[in-house]
Design a protein around this ligand. Structure first.
Ligand code: MRU
Length: 368
């Protein structure tokens, strides 16, 4: 999507020196656009763990390039041990988004077909680029499929703006391009359908306030930032036509793990008959998982993230200030699980389907 009217992705290799991978360091948005260079597996692990990059699709794409970096930055010919060590450290960086292990395993499988270790670097680079390109393409297709949902609501409203609520950032910043939850929004905007997005601020990292508000602003999509607990009130007053969120891990039965607070939005949507859709590329399916609440690992992050808040001061510098007594006990769960029964439908790259095993497997028969 665009940054200052120039097309941009969230991760890309230096065209002349492909051992350098560039990312947008998202910790500084929206105040500063900082590009960071990653070269070693350690660089990649820090970038994923400490939220320089985040969002399921982008974490997966980053992991794909990290496996390439494990080979490119290794002195001499790498062996299986080098790959396994990189894979283990990367997978441990963040536990919830399934894309991380999925991308690492995809790289391992690609390299397993190449007996000549001298060819591993080129092979891993091609696979990393393929993972990134596929992520962008799948999100574009999610937009095409989700557009029909927005178009129908727009027609029912006689062309009045469709009000869409989203939580966290499942935008292009959470993927390589387009986003999952935002892809139908961008497609509807391109189709000339009037719309407006309610943006949950999304404590504690404020991905909504800092990232979604910024990227929608860059694309010229009308939006309003709201405090996290506002959604239910808006739904009770008929001010939300549709909820679209992303997911970091999706069970084969249609349960979805997404940013903490998503479950409460789904409950409010159900109570107010507001359609609640979840947009995802197939890389977020965990085909082994049946019961999201029981089985999906929920990341717990440092309490410091909810005791303090980071933003821009009047003089333009970045500052972190404490907002709770320093010795307050904290519990910082990063995700929650919304059961399939609260999900109106899944918007995937292959089409829209109800959130149940039969319908999902009809779209993805290879997972039977
Ligand atoms: O902690 P994050 O920022 O990596 O969390 C991921 C998310 O942004 C959300 O859960 C998002 O809605 C789904 S990721 C496509």
């Amino acid at each position: 999507m665009n940054v200052n009217n120039q097309p941009c992705r969230t991760i890309w290799p230096d065209p002349a020196r492909t051992e350098i991978i560039r990312i947008i360091d998202q910790r500084h948005l929206p105040h500063r656009f900082v590009v960071e260079e990653l070269r070693t597996v350690a660089d990649f692990v820090i970038a994923i763990r400490d939220m320089h990059v985040r969002g399921a699709g982008l974490i997966g794409a980053t992991a794909g390039f990290a496996m390439y970096a494990a080979i490119a930055s290794h002195p001499g010919l790498p062996d299986q041990r080098v790959l396994l060590q990189a894979a283990t450290t990367l997978i441990a960086a963040r536990p919830t988004a399934s894309n991380l292990a999925w991308a690492v395993e995809r790289q391992m499988a690609a390299l397993a077909t190449e007996p000549d270790r001298g060819c591993w670097q080129a092979k891993a680079f091609a696979e990393a680029c393929a993972i990134a390109d596929e992520d962008a393409d799948f999100c574009r297709r999610i937009g095409e499929h989700g557009l029909a949902i927005i178009r129908k609501i727009s027609a029912e409203k006689g062309g009045a703006p469709v009000n869409i609520l989203t939580h966290c950032n499942a935008g292009w910043l959470a993927f390589v391009d387009y986003g999952s939850a935002t892809a139908p929004i961008y497609a509807a905007q391109a189709a000339g359908i009037p719309l407006h997005v309610w943006v949950d601020e999304t404590r504690p990292w404020l991905q909504g306030a800092k990232l979604t508000a910024w990227e929608l602003g860059q694309q010229g999509v009308p939006h309003t930032l709201i405090a996290d607990n506002t959604g239910g009130h808006l739904m009770q007053h008929g001010l939300v036509d549709l909820v679209i969120v992303g997911t970091d891990r999706t069970t084969r039965t249609g349960d979805v793990a997404n940013k903490i607070g998503t479950y409460l939005k789904a409950l409010a949507a159900r109570d107010n008959n507001v359609p609640f859709y979840v947009a995802l590329p197939s890389s977020t399916f965990d085909w082994q998982c049946r019961d999201g609440v029981a089985e999906i690992p929920i990341e717990e992050r440092p309490g410091a993230e909810i005791l303090a808040i980071t933003g821009q001061t009047e003089d333009g510098s970045e500052a972190t200030v404490r907002i709770a007594p320093a010795d307050t006990q904290t519990a910082n769960y990063a995700f929650d699980v919304t059961p399939a029964r609260l999900v109106s439908g899944l918007i995937t790259e292959r089409g829209v389907c109800p959130a149940n095993e039969e319908a999902i497997l009809a779209l993805y028969p290879e997972a039977r």
